[in-house]
Design a protein around this ligand. Structure first.
Ligand code: AMP
Length: 281
């Protein structure tokens, strides 16, 4: 596996690739890699001649400095995992490499950043838009892989790619879970042993909500049930539970059989923020 730790060397390498010969799949990550990330790499490997992964804890997408400082980092173990799945190239730039001190470019994604993650993490998606645009411009992949675990991010990246005319196919990859159902996340590493056991309540509540909706209970009553549930007897400090159309993340008030709908949830377990979503049906 080729490892690049600065833009110059990486650019030079990319310049040696002949576009007509190789299809390039790109998997941007923030490291602390787990099976979820590796699934993206494996999917890219199946669909492309060359797979490039980036590892960069992007400061501009953290609205909370403490969250940025404590974000797990383990580059040596990440490299070993990428080697195991035969990733071809990894790019691990520094903050100085990726950002000029005086950043003035910002992104705004309208409605998509006023809801859910955007509402609770102001500026987060501007930072995501910025780093993904930089990386897309640098790597110029044919395909880029994003997890449906971060459904709102995926929706925003699709819009970004379309609006900015990136000639890149955005490929969604299903959420990989632990055996109890907890969605894999780098942040799970920050949970204590006790919290780790409790964390599955987030997923279980989504399953329960799905059952209720499939049994024709109304969206409004299921939303109330979930918010009451977390208020009265859960270790999770709920930020939101939303029922949205998967395509555009608009709120659903009444579910029709043919609709593609997702249930999205986020909350704090102690100091660790967790998110998850599942689709209906
Ligand atoms: P992150 O390192 O958290 O920024 O994630 C990098 C990519 O991996 C994003 O596209 C995430 O949506 C995706 N990802 C994170 N967790 C999972 C998971 N459990 N299953 C599948 N993809 C995931």
């Amino acid at each position: 596996m080729d490892i690049f730790t600065n833009i110059q060397g990486f650019k030079h390498y990319l310049g040696t690739l002949k576009p007509q010969e190789k299809s390039v799949g790109f998997v941007p990550t923030m490291g602390a890699l787990h099976e979820g990330h590796l699934e993206l790499i494996k999917t890219s490997k199946q669909q492309n001649d060359l797979t490039i992964c980036s590892i960069f804890v992007n400061p501009t997408q953290f609205n909370n400095p403490e969250d940025l400082n404590k974000y797990p980092r383990d580059t040596a173990s990440d490299i070993a995992k990428l080697q195991d799945v035969l990733c071809d190239v990894v790019f691990i730039p520094t903050v100085e490499d990726m950002y000029d001190e005086h950043r003035i470019v910002n992104f705004h994604f309208g409605y998509l950043e006023e809801i859910m993650e955007g509402r609770f993490r102001p500026g987060h998606f501007s930072g995501v838009g910025l780093i993904v645009t930089k990386l897309f411009n640098l790597v110029k992949p044919n395909r880029a892989y994003f997890g449906t675990k971060d459904l709102q991010q995926l929706t925003i990246i699709k819009k970004l790619a379309k609006d900015l005319l990136f000639d890149i196919e955005i490929i969604p990859v299903e959420t990989i879970r632990e055996s109890d159902g907890l969605a894999m996340s780098s942040r799970n590493k920050l949970l204590s042993r006790e919290e780790r056991k409790q964390a599955v309540v987030l997923y279980n509540s989504l399953i329960l909500a799905r059952e209720k909706l499939n049994n024709q209970e109304s969206v409004i009553s299921v939303k109330k049930y979930i918010s009451d549930y977390f208020e009265s007897n859960s270790v999770i400090d709920l930020e939101y539970f939303e029922v949205v159309y998967t395509e555009n993340l608009q709120n659903v008030s009444k579910i029709q059989k043919s609709d593609r709908v997702s249930l999205c949830i986020a909350g704090y377990l102690g100091k660790v923020r967790l998110i998850d979503n599942i689709s209906l049906f």
